[in-house]
Ligand binder design. Structure first.
Ligand code: F6P
Length: 317
Protein backbone atom coordinates (compact mmCIF):
# COMPACT_ATOMS: atom_id res chain seq x y z
CA UNK A 1 0.00 0.00 0.00
CA UNK A 2 1.52 3.34 -1.09
CA UNK A 3 -1.26 5.89 -1.33
CA UNK A 4 -4.60 6.39 0.44
CA UNK A 5 -7.41 8.92 0.13
CA UNK A 6 -9.76 10.44 2.70
CA UNK A 7 -13.34 11.68 2.16
CA UNK A 8 -15.60 13.38 4.72
CA UNK A 9 -18.98 14.76 5.80
CA UNK A 10 -19.01 17.64 8.28
CA UNK A 11 -19.43 17.87 12.04
CA UNK A 12 -17.30 18.78 15.05
CA UNK A 13 -14.13 16.67 15.18
CA UNK A 14 -13.94 15.78 11.47
CA UNK A 15 -10.89 18.03 10.93
CA UNK A 16 -9.21 16.42 13.93
CA UNK A 17 -9.89 13.03 12.29
CA UNK A 18 -8.41 14.21 8.95
CA UNK A 19 -5.31 15.36 10.84
CA UNK A 20 -5.00 11.96 12.55
CA UNK A 21 -5.40 10.11 9.22
CA UNK A 22 -2.82 12.27 7.43
CA UNK A 23 -0.22 12.24 10.20
CA UNK A 24 -0.55 8.49 10.81
CA UNK A 25 -0.25 7.81 7.09
CA UNK A 26 2.80 10.08 6.70
CA UNK A 27 4.46 8.41 9.70
CA UNK A 28 3.97 5.09 7.89
CA UNK A 29 5.44 6.44 4.64
CA UNK A 30 2.08 6.56 2.82
CA UNK A 31 0.99 9.38 0.52
CA UNK A 32 -2.45 10.89 1.20
CA UNK A 33 -4.96 12.67 -1.01
CA UNK A 34 -8.07 14.47 0.24
CA UNK A 35 -11.29 14.10 -1.73
CA UNK A 36 -12.99 17.49 -2.10
CA UNK A 37 -16.79 17.73 -1.51
CA UNK A 38 -17.39 14.11 -0.49
CA UNK A 39 -18.75 11.62 -3.03
CA UNK A 40 -19.47 14.49 -5.43
CA UNK A 41 -15.70 15.14 -5.67
CA UNK A 42 -14.94 11.42 -5.83
CA UNK A 43 -17.13 11.06 -8.94
CA UNK A 44 -15.54 14.16 -10.53
CA UNK A 45 -11.95 13.29 -9.64
CA UNK A 46 -11.50 16.32 -7.38
CA UNK A 47 -8.50 15.42 -5.16
CA UNK A 48 -5.90 17.48 -3.22
CA UNK A 49 -2.58 16.20 -1.92
CA UNK A 50 -2.32 16.36 1.88
CA UNK A 51 0.90 16.42 3.89
CA UNK A 52 1.77 17.02 7.55
CA UNK A 53 1.65 20.80 7.10
CA UNK A 54 -1.72 20.83 5.31
CA UNK A 55 -3.33 19.65 8.54
CA UNK A 56 -1.52 22.04 10.91
CA UNK A 57 -3.78 23.95 13.31
CA UNK A 58 -7.03 22.31 12.24
CA UNK A 59 -7.57 20.16 15.33
CA UNK A 60 -9.91 22.72 16.91
CA UNK A 61 -11.70 23.84 13.72
CA UNK A 62 -15.34 22.96 13.08
CA UNK A 63 -16.60 21.76 9.68
CA UNK A 64 -14.31 19.98 7.24
CA UNK A 65 -11.37 21.50 5.39
CA UNK A 66 -12.23 19.15 2.50
CA UNK A 67 -15.76 20.58 2.16
CA UNK A 68 -18.67 18.23 1.56
CA UNK A 69 -21.89 17.81 -0.42
CA UNK A 70 -24.94 15.62 -0.79
CA UNK A 71 -24.40 13.40 -3.87
CA UNK A 72 -27.47 11.38 -4.88
CA UNK A 73 -25.72 10.32 -8.09
CA UNK A 74 -23.31 8.19 -6.08
CA UNK A 75 -26.20 5.78 -5.38
CA UNK A 76 -26.13 4.81 -9.07
CA UNK A 77 -23.89 2.21 -10.70
CA UNK A 78 -22.51 4.88 -13.07
CA UNK A 79 -21.65 7.18 -10.17
CA UNK A 80 -19.78 4.42 -8.36
CA UNK A 81 -17.93 3.34 -11.50
CA UNK A 82 -16.83 6.93 -12.17
CA UNK A 83 -15.52 7.16 -8.59
CA UNK A 84 -13.61 3.87 -8.90
CA UNK A 85 -12.09 4.96 -12.19
CA UNK A 86 -10.68 8.10 -10.54
CA UNK A 87 -9.35 6.15 -7.57
CA UNK A 88 -7.60 3.68 -9.87
CA UNK A 89 -6.28 6.36 -12.24
CA UNK A 90 -4.61 8.07 -9.28
CA UNK A 91 -3.17 4.79 -7.99
CA UNK A 92 -5.03 5.06 -4.70
CA UNK A 93 -4.84 1.78 -2.79
CA UNK A 94 -7.38 2.48 -0.05
CA UNK A 95 -10.06 4.97 0.99
CA UNK A 96 -11.07 6.24 4.43
CA UNK A 97 -14.64 7.57 4.66
CA UNK A 98 -15.45 9.79 7.66
CA UNK A 99 -19.19 10.38 8.06
CA UNK A 100 -22.62 9.17 9.15
CA UNK A 101 -25.01 6.53 7.81
CA UNK A 102 -25.27 8.04 4.30
CA UNK A 103 -21.49 8.25 3.84
CA UNK A 104 -20.94 4.82 5.35
CA UNK A 105 -23.54 3.30 3.02
CA UNK A 106 -21.50 4.65 0.11
CA UNK A 107 -18.37 3.16 1.69
CA UNK A 108 -20.14 -0.18 2.02
CA UNK A 109 -21.10 -0.12 -1.66
CA UNK A 110 -17.53 0.59 -2.78
CA UNK A 111 -16.20 -2.18 -0.57
CA UNK A 112 -18.96 -4.78 -0.92
CA UNK A 113 -20.05 -4.42 -4.55
CA UNK A 114 -16.79 -3.31 -6.08
CA UNK A 115 -14.18 -4.84 -3.75
CA UNK A 116 -12.33 -1.55 -3.17
CA UNK A 117 -10.45 -1.38 0.17
CA UNK A 118 -12.44 1.06 2.34
CA UNK A 119 -12.45 1.76 6.07
CA UNK A 120 -15.17 3.90 7.67
CA UNK A 121 -14.92 6.28 10.61
CA UNK A 122 -18.32 7.08 12.22
CA UNK A 123 -18.90 10.85 12.44
CA UNK A 124 -22.41 12.23 12.86
CA UNK A 125 -24.15 14.54 15.30
CA UNK A 126 -27.13 12.13 15.32
CA UNK A 127 -24.99 9.32 16.82
CA UNK A 128 -27.16 6.76 15.04
CA UNK A 129 -24.64 4.46 13.36
CA UNK A 130 -25.73 0.85 14.07
CA UNK A 131 -23.37 -0.96 16.46
CA UNK A 132 -21.46 2.23 17.35
CA UNK A 133 -21.62 3.67 20.85
CA UNK A 134 -20.08 7.07 20.05
CA UNK A 135 -19.67 8.81 16.71
CA UNK A 136 -17.36 11.80 16.27
CA UNK A 137 -19.32 15.08 16.45
CA UNK A 138 -22.12 13.86 18.69
CA UNK A 139 -20.58 15.16 21.92
CA UNK A 140 -19.90 18.57 20.36
CA UNK A 141 -23.48 18.86 19.08
CA UNK A 142 -24.96 17.96 22.46
CA UNK A 143 -22.74 20.50 24.21
CA UNK A 144 -23.69 23.26 21.75
CA UNK A 145 -27.39 22.50 22.28
CA UNK A 146 -26.95 22.20 26.05
CA UNK A 147 -25.28 25.61 26.22
CA UNK A 148 -28.37 27.08 24.52
CA UNK A 149 -30.78 25.18 26.79
CA UNK A 150 -28.93 26.37 29.92
CA UNK A 151 -29.27 29.97 28.72
CA UNK A 152 -32.94 29.48 27.87
CA UNK A 153 -33.46 28.04 31.35
CA UNK A 154 -32.24 31.34 32.85
CA UNK A 155 -34.85 33.40 31.04
CA UNK A 156 -37.58 30.73 31.29
CA UNK A 157 -37.19 30.66 35.08
CA UNK A 158 -37.02 34.45 35.40
CA UNK A 159 -40.11 35.07 33.29
CA UNK A 160 -41.94 31.90 34.36
CA UNK A 161 -42.49 30.76 30.81
CA UNK A 162 -42.77 27.58 28.81
CA UNK A 163 -40.12 27.10 26.12
CA UNK A 164 -40.11 24.59 23.29
CA UNK A 165 -36.58 23.99 22.00
CA UNK A 166 -36.17 22.21 18.66
CA UNK A 167 -32.93 20.31 18.12
CA UNK A 168 -31.61 18.36 15.12
CA UNK A 169 -32.45 14.76 14.35
CA UNK A 170 -34.85 13.86 11.55
CA UNK A 171 -34.98 10.15 12.21
CA UNK A 172 -33.24 9.97 15.53
CA UNK A 173 -33.87 11.68 18.87
CA UNK A 174 -30.43 11.07 20.34
CA UNK A 175 -29.44 14.75 20.64
CA UNK A 176 -32.88 15.60 22.07
CA UNK A 177 -32.68 12.92 24.76
CA UNK A 178 -29.11 13.78 25.80
CA UNK A 179 -29.85 17.49 25.97
CA UNK A 180 -33.07 16.94 27.90
CA UNK A 181 -31.29 14.75 30.46
CA UNK A 182 -28.26 17.05 30.77
CA UNK A 183 -30.38 20.21 30.86
CA UNK A 184 -32.86 18.90 33.43
CA UNK A 185 -35.71 19.49 30.98
CA UNK A 186 -39.29 18.59 31.80
CA UNK A 187 -40.26 16.86 28.55
CA UNK A 188 -38.69 15.42 25.41
CA UNK A 189 -40.46 14.51 22.18
CA UNK A 190 -38.66 12.04 19.91
CA UNK A 191 -39.30 10.46 16.50
CA UNK A 192 -38.79 6.99 18.05
CA UNK A 193 -41.28 7.35 20.90
CA UNK A 194 -44.95 8.16 20.82
CA UNK A 195 -45.67 10.25 23.91
CA UNK A 196 -49.42 11.10 23.82
CA UNK A 197 -49.62 14.89 23.54
CA UNK A 198 -52.66 14.88 25.82
CA UNK A 199 -50.54 13.57 28.69
CA UNK A 200 -47.94 16.31 28.09
CA UNK A 201 -50.70 18.93 28.35
CA UNK A 202 -52.19 17.27 31.45
CA UNK A 203 -48.78 17.33 33.14
CA UNK A 204 -48.38 21.04 32.40
CA UNK A 205 -51.86 21.87 33.75
CA UNK A 206 -51.22 19.71 36.79
CA UNK A 207 -47.85 21.33 37.41
CA UNK A 208 -49.38 24.77 37.09
CA UNK A 209 -51.96 23.91 39.76
CA UNK A 210 -49.08 22.92 42.08
CA UNK A 211 -47.37 26.26 41.39
CA UNK A 212 -44.80 25.13 38.82
CA UNK A 213 -44.00 28.13 36.65
CA UNK A 214 -41.56 27.21 33.88
CA UNK A 215 -40.95 24.29 31.53
CA UNK A 216 -38.49 23.36 28.84
CA UNK A 217 -39.81 20.91 26.28
CA UNK A 218 -37.13 19.58 23.91
CA UNK A 219 -38.33 18.31 20.53
CA UNK A 220 -36.30 16.51 17.86
CA UNK A 221 -37.00 18.05 14.43
CA UNK A 222 -38.26 14.69 13.12
CA UNK A 223 -41.04 14.68 15.72
CA UNK A 224 -42.56 18.04 14.86
CA UNK A 225 -41.81 21.74 14.81
CA UNK A 226 -41.32 23.81 17.95
CA UNK A 227 -43.77 26.37 16.56
CA UNK A 228 -46.61 23.83 16.17
CA UNK A 229 -46.00 22.31 19.59
CA UNK A 230 -45.82 25.71 21.30
CA UNK A 231 -49.10 26.88 19.74
CA UNK A 232 -50.81 23.63 20.72
CA UNK A 233 -49.61 24.09 24.32
CA UNK A 234 -50.85 27.69 24.41
CA UNK A 235 -54.17 26.75 22.83
CA UNK A 236 -54.81 23.98 25.38
CA UNK A 237 -53.47 25.62 28.55
CA UNK A 238 -53.77 29.36 27.91
CA UNK A 239 -50.12 29.72 29.00
CA UNK A 240 -47.56 31.84 27.22
CA UNK A 241 -44.92 29.94 25.24
CA UNK A 242 -41.72 30.83 23.40
CA UNK A 243 -39.68 28.78 20.95
CA UNK A 244 -36.03 28.33 19.97
CA UNK A 245 -34.97 26.39 16.86
CA UNK A 246 -31.29 25.58 17.24
CA UNK A 247 -30.67 24.19 13.72
CA UNK A 248 -27.26 23.91 12.14
CA UNK A 249 -25.36 25.60 14.98
CA UNK A 250 -25.29 22.06 16.36
CA UNK A 251 -23.25 20.77 13.44
CA UNK A 252 -20.63 23.53 13.69
CA UNK A 253 -18.36 24.97 16.30
CA UNK A 254 -15.14 23.98 18.03
CA UNK A 255 -15.08 20.26 18.76
CA UNK A 256 -15.06 19.20 22.42
CA UNK A 257 -12.04 17.44 23.90
CA UNK A 258 -14.05 14.19 23.81
CA UNK A 259 -14.59 14.49 20.04
CA UNK A 260 -10.99 15.51 19.31
CA UNK A 261 -9.61 12.52 21.21
CA UNK A 262 -12.13 10.14 19.62
CA UNK A 263 -11.12 11.57 16.23
CA UNK A 264 -7.41 11.08 17.00
CA UNK A 265 -7.98 7.44 17.98
CA UNK A 266 -10.30 6.52 15.12
CA UNK A 267 -8.39 8.43 12.41
CA UNK A 268 -5.23 6.63 13.49
CA UNK A 269 -7.01 3.27 13.71
CA UNK A 270 -8.51 3.65 10.23
CA UNK A 271 -5.06 4.00 8.64
CA UNK A 272 -3.72 1.09 10.68
CA UNK A 273 -6.68 -1.05 9.58
CA UNK A 274 -6.15 -0.19 5.88
CA UNK A 275 -2.42 -0.88 6.15
CA UNK A 276 -3.12 -4.24 7.82
CA UNK A 277 -5.58 -5.18 5.06
CA UNK A 278 -8.63 -5.04 7.37
CA UNK A 279 -11.16 -3.32 5.14
CA UNK A 280 -14.87 -3.39 4.37
CA UNK A 281 -15.88 -2.11 7.80
CA UNK A 282 -15.57 0.73 10.25
CA UNK A 283 -13.43 1.41 13.30
CA UNK A 284 -15.05 2.39 16.59
CA UNK A 285 -14.42 2.31 20.32
CA UNK A 286 -15.77 -0.39 22.61
CA UNK A 287 -14.97 0.19 26.30
CA UNK A 288 -12.14 2.50 25.27
CA UNK A 289 -10.52 0.02 22.85
CA UNK A 290 -10.58 0.26 19.05
CA UNK A 291 -12.58 -2.48 17.34
CA UNK A 292 -13.29 -3.26 13.69
CA UNK A 293 -16.94 -3.72 12.72
CA UNK A 294 -17.64 -5.13 9.22
CA UNK A 295 -20.18 -3.03 7.27
CA UNK A 296 -23.71 -4.32 7.86
CA UNK A 297 -22.71 -6.61 10.76
CA UNK A 298 -24.72 -4.61 13.30
CA UNK A 299 -27.94 -4.54 11.26
CA UNK A 300 -29.74 -1.52 9.86
CA UNK A 301 -30.83 0.32 13.00
CA UNK A 302 -29.04 1.41 16.13
CA UNK A 303 -30.34 -0.17 19.33
CA UNK A 304 -30.87 2.40 22.05
CA UNK A 305 -32.66 2.22 25.35
CA UNK A 306 -34.96 5.18 24.84
CA UNK A 307 -37.52 3.87 27.34
CA UNK A 308 -35.20 3.77 30.35
CA UNK A 309 -33.72 7.20 29.53
CA UNK A 310 -37.24 8.62 29.18
CA UNK A 311 -38.28 7.12 32.54
CA UNK A 312 -35.16 8.62 34.13
CA UNK A 313 -35.99 12.04 32.69
CA UNK A 314 -39.53 11.91 34.07
CA UNK A 315 -38.39 10.76 37.54
CA UNK A 316 -35.81 13.55 37.76
CA UNK A 317 -37.75 16.41 36.18
O1 F6P B 1 -27.50 13.71 9.73
C1 F6P B 1 -27.05 14.85 10.36
C2 F6P B 1 -28.06 15.97 10.24
O2 F6P B 1 -27.47 17.13 10.77
C3 F6P B 1 -29.41 15.70 10.90
O3 F6P B 1 -29.44 15.87 12.30
C4 F6P B 1 -30.28 16.70 10.19
O4 F6P B 1 -31.61 16.33 10.22
C5 F6P B 1 -29.73 16.69 8.80
O5 F6P B 1 -28.39 16.25 8.89
C6 F6P B 1 -29.76 18.03 8.15
O6 F6P B 1 -29.31 17.91 6.84
P1 F6P B 1 -28.98 19.18 5.92
O7 F6P B 1 -27.78 19.85 6.49
O8 F6P B 1 -28.73 18.60 4.58
O9 F6P B 1 -30.17 20.07 6.00
Amino acid sequence: MKKIAVLTRDCGGVNAAIRAVVRTAVARGLAVEGVMRGYEGLMRGDFVPLDRRSVSNIIGLGGTILKTARAEEFCTEEGQKAALAHLRARAIDGLIVIGGNGSLTGARELAGRHGFPVVGVPATIDNDVPGVESAIGADTAVNVALDAVDKIRDTATSLERIFVVEVMGRKCGWIAMQVALAGGCEEVLLPEKDVPFESVLEEIKDGRRRGKASWIIVVAEGRGSAADIASAVTAATGLETRIAVLGHVQRGGRPTAVDRILAARLGNAAVEALAAGRTGGLVHLVCGRVEFLPFGAAGEAKRTDIESDYRLLKVLS
